[in-house]
Design a protein around this ligand. Structure first.
Ligand SMILES: *Cc1c(COP(=O)(O)O)cnc(C)c1O
Length: 371
């Protein structure tokens, strides 16, 4: 039985960020209403400039969501029918779906067993004449081993697209995620470290030509008014969402520091707990989008925490290759055993900028008391 005094811990209180910045957000929304210009205007241009500066890139192109950022960046890299893109076997399915949407084939590679991120050496083993791009995910906010991945890409003449949807504010050796490959795709889905009040996305890059191609593709392929260069799509970042993101970007550094503080407490205070803690290579500064532990007794741990009033989540219960959507590709259980085991063992503990010290204490006590 849960004592009446127990501290409740939600998995993530998405509304807390909005409540913290309520006055500034309402001011920004009010200005957006009064502006009389609602698509691709000054707020989008301003946010693109600020996000490029944050990512230390020359260019940023806002898109309607993270999926389109991935898909359009792939198309801008020339990926099309029959091409192959190397992807992580353990990721959110959006990574794979973006490859499929570009007409290409996702070629999965098993992750490193410790970091759970794409393994560069395994990438080099699956390169064929049709391979165009390596698409690493900074999974859970831990940057992938980009130096090694870039080396493999360079050796084979491939391009590298970061799926940075979980990595706002992650770093590798002093360089921010978003500037670590040829381009990066971002999502501003509400629950991400930097989230809009709805959908949003962006591509960052130091390749001006690639940026220009994405800029065209997101707006019907238009190169100038009513001149349609390529068959593009409609995937523009809204003025309202751009204004919201500019307000929230000012808090991102502080919010990420709080995430780091919580992650460091978990890493130290759960050292003796019966779970495998995340591995952080010395060169990586994670954004701690999620704090994911592993245990062969995941469901029991989940139930134990639930009984203590602590919510958890599973990212993700089914790997992409076993989703019904990919039945046609011929994958079966056992095809990608490392990913399959991870999907059975991962459990995300509550982490977020608005978790109180008391709630962090409760999570630590809860995991430590698991038998
Ligand atoms: C959230 C997410 C996406 C997709 O972003 P949307 O904005 O929801 O389209 C892609 N890849 C990863 C790893 C994500 O976490």
């Amino acid at each position: 039985m849960l004592p009446a005094t127990a501290v409740k811990v939600p998995f993530l209180d998405v509304g807390a960020a909005s409540r913290e910045l309520r006055a500034e957000l309402l001011q920004a929304l009010s200005e957006a209403v009064d502006s009389g210009w609602y698509v691709l205007g000054a707020s989008v241009a301003r946010f693109e400039g600020e996000w490029a500066r944050f990512c230390d890139t020359t260019d940023c192109v806002g898109t309607g969501n993270g999926f389109d950022a991935l898909h359009l960046a792939l198309r801008a890299m020339g990926v099309g029918d029959g091409d192959e893109v190397i992807v992580a076997s353990n990721t959110y399915i959006a990574t794979w779906l973006a490859v499929t949407a570009a007409g290409a084939v996702p070629v999965p590679v098993e992750p490193d067993a410790h970091t759970m991120n794409l393994d560069a050496e395994s990438c080099s083993e699956v390169v064929t004449g049709r391979t165009r791009v390596i698409l690493p995910v900074h999974l859970y906010g831990l940057p992938a081993d980009m130096d090694a991945i870039n080396d493999v890409a360079r050796a084979h003449g491939l391009r590298v697209l970061e799926d940075a949807a979980q990595a706002h504010g992650a770093w590798v050796r002093g360089r921010p995620a978003g500037a670590l490959g040829d381009a990066a795709a971002w999502s501003f889905y509400p629950s991400k470290n930097l989230g809009a009040l709805g959908d949003g996305g962006a591509v960052t890059t130091n390749d001006a030509e690639l940026a220009e191609t994405v800029r065209r593709l997101r707006n019907y392929g238009e190169s100038s008014r009513f001149v349609n260069e390529t068959p593009g799509v409609n995937s523009r970042l809204d003025e309202i969402q751009a204004a919201v993101l500019t307000v929230k970007l000012a808090a991102l550094g502080r919010w990420n520091r709080r995430r780091r503080e919580i992650a460091e407490r978990y890493l130290v205070e759960l050292i003796a707990a019966p779970v495998t803690l995340p591995t952080v290579p010395s060169w990586a500064t994670p954004a701690w989008h999620l704090f994911v532990v592993r245990t062969a007794r995941r469901e029991a741990l989940r139930a134990h925490l639930h009984d203590l009033g602590i919510a958890t989540a599973v990212h993700y219960p089914v790997p992409p290759h076993l989703q019904p959507a990919y039945r046609g590709l011929g994958w079966t259980r056992g095809s990608l055993p490392v990913a399959e085991t991870m999907h059975e063992q991962v459990l995300s503990l509550p982490i977020g900028p608005h978790l109180s010290d008391e709630q962090v204490d409760a999570v630590i006590a809860g995991v430590a008391s698991f038998r």
